[in-house]
Design a protein around this ligand. Structure first.
Ligand code: WAQ
Ligand code: MG
Length: 272
């Protein structure tokens, strides 16, 4: 669903559902489009059939929140987390600079993500104004109910957290993906995250200052293994359902954070 007034985007949403839920979901989406304050003058509902065999089932990344308030301390810990995932310091610095100043060619926020070489920081997305948008991901109903409980226990009840965790889980499993860095472009929403298979979803409540309208996403990739067309096809078109929740924990300082995610990465390697 996409709702707009003139050329201004008002709201949008997407689900992957069994066909029995189609009428209810269409109803819910129209209600959502009408409930956003300003009245849309255009609502677009699109429905695509997906064959059951094409659905990819994934387990959600484990989530850890670093509960510190300082932006520079959080960005420093985000840098170290990205380094643990295999991203170079230069690539992280380039990404943070671009996201905090407007990564689009025009100097605005992008609607989608940058694709960056994890070693050199070189930008690889074909459209540097819009970026690449990940779509076609959703929770199965049991996993959705389970993650709602776990997130609520952790005090994380904002819809953005659940949605970002699903997006990050899909993105982390993309071909040639190394890690992702994100923070919101909403001036009131200061949280951001680093995500990768190795580190899980590492959440930072203050990755930018309150009131800052800049935000964005960087997908860091292994340039040697990259097939850009295959990557973009996966991000935009592969239908991913998160069928199992991961854990939700918190760390009081960076040392505890790195201990937790290092321990997890080693346990995964031994389990593999
Ligand atoms: N695919 C790729 N990039 C996207 C997408 C997408 N589907 N949607 C947004 N972006 C990019 C775009 O550059 C936006 O400016 C930027 O990401 C931020 O988007 O509590 O709310 O929707 O743990 O503002 C992260 C922390 C919140 C969540 C992310 O992003 C938490 C958020 P927003
Ligand atoms: Mg936003």
């Amino acid at each position: 669903m996409r709702a707009s007034v003139g050329s201004r985007h008002l709201s949008g949403a997407e689900r992957i559902i069994p066909i029995e839920k189609l009428e209810d979901t269409a109803h819910e989406f129209v209600a959502r489009a009408l409930g956003k304050g300003s009245l849309p003058d255009r609502i677009v509902l699109g429905v695509d059939a997906l064959s059951a065999g094409s659905l990819i089932a994934l387990k959600a990344l484990d989530l850890v929140t670093l509960t510190v308030q300082g932006v520079s301390e959080s960005r420093e810990a985000a840098l170290k987390t990205l380094e643990m995932a295999g991203v170079s310091e230069k690539a992280v610095e380039d990404a943070m600079r671009l996201i905090s100043t407007g990564a689009a060619l025009s100097g605005e926020n992008m609607r989608g993500a940058m694709i960056m070489d994890a070693r050199t920081g070189e930008r690889l997305e074909p459209d540097r104004e819009r970026g690449v948008r990940a779509s076609r991901f959703d929770w199965t109903e049991p996993a959705s109910n389970r993650i709602d409980l776990l997130l609520a226990d952790a005090g994380l009840t904002h819809f953005r957290t659940k949605e970002a965790l699903a997006l990050a889980t899909k993105v982390a499993h993309a071909p040639a993906m190394v890690a992702e860095l994100c923070w919101s472009d909403d001036p009131d929403y200061t949280a951001g995250y680093v995500a990768s298979i190795r580190t899980g979803y590492v959440r930072f409540p203050f990755l930018k200052e309150y009131g800052d309208p800049r935000g964005g996403r960087a997908f860091f990739v292994n340039g040697d293994a990259l097939n850009t067309d295959a990557l973009i096809e996966y991000l935009q078109k592969a239908a991913v359902r998160i069928a199992e929740a991961g854990t939700c924990r918190s760390a009081g300082d960076a040392h505890e954070l790195f201990r937790l995610i290092k321990h997890d990465a080693q346990a995964d390697m031994q389990g593999a």
